[in-house]
Design a protein around this ligand. Sequence first.
Ligand SMILES: [Zn+2]
Length: 392
Amino acid sequence: MLTIIKNIFCYAPEPLGLRDIFIAGEKIYKISPPGLIDCPHATLIDGEGCSAFPGIIDGHVHIIGGGGEEGPQSRIGEIDAKEILMAGVTTLVGLLGADDQTKSLFALLAKARALEAEGITTYIYSGSYAMPPVTLTGDITRDMILIDKVVGAGEIAISDHRSSHPTFDALMTIGSKIHMGGLLSGKAGLFHFHLGDGKEGLNPVKKLLNESNLPPALLLPTHLNRSPRLLREGIAYAGAGGNIDLTSGETEGVSLPDAVKQLLCENIDTERVTASSDANGSIPCGGVGRIQTLFEDIVRCVTEKNIPPSIAFSLVSKNTALRLGLYPKKGALKEGSDADILILDRDYSLKMLFSNGSFLIGEMSIGKADSGNGENGKTANQKSISEEYKQL
Ligand SMILES: [Zn+2]
């Protein structure tokens, strides 16, 4: 399947200016100044007035649902592929939460595979809130080596009444196992921490950063905008060379746009910062996290806080890909990258979405591109949507 998106303003996520993007199969084959790419067999999409970004990478999604902390009636259900794609997300990391008794890693892995079959690139964390982490094979290092989708352990809860209250030594032991898993499997390897609002704050992670031999890149604490106090700790931690993750849809603590603005005011290197949705997890006050809030909050960073689009969208593309060791295959609009492309209208509303080269979202309609159907590599679905698009 060959597609050319013409005359579109590209954020790679660095701003490139107006470009034509040539998609061949699952990859971006070429990105050139307008008018230089000519291929009579390609489907043409007019990108004038729109902008293109790498597909969103959401590093924290409860794909089989989290919750359960307020009794069985509070268990949360699975997320579906359409909801993920409508949020502009083309890659995600699924994880368990507080409940690893009625929800299992086996179900998590199966769900990740189901979403992959529907066009979304998926990874998972072994483990849950508890320590030692639950695993698929009996050992976290072995999970990472033997199961392609396992990128580390998370979300391990600390500073939270729902955590196992792990000791420093216990965290060191698991951190070492994840690090070895990363080395032996050739993956980045991540130790992903859920931060609650407990007394210890970020101290356990700070201690690992300062007193252990574990590489700083291994450690990734999240929910750091759940309170002004924790955000201040997160800013100091990022200033000391650590990576931090913020959560979208935050209403009780510091909103994601306000938190990003504060980080910029404190001159924190934003490449250390990522954002994720906590979708289908329980949120304070009994709600359920929505994946759409990630896209909404990133857009609000641009439209309400005047944060450059390249910085705002890096938090959910390039930076997350760097953490996961996937950059520039993911999180980039570059020649040779996977063709995960988010196309936004002038007002930053989602116009189209390509995932691994397949055209999955156009306007409000959804449907898998029917590859191989029709002449010249065009598909009925693509034609109808691109014609509709040209009329706008
Ligand atoms: Zn959490």
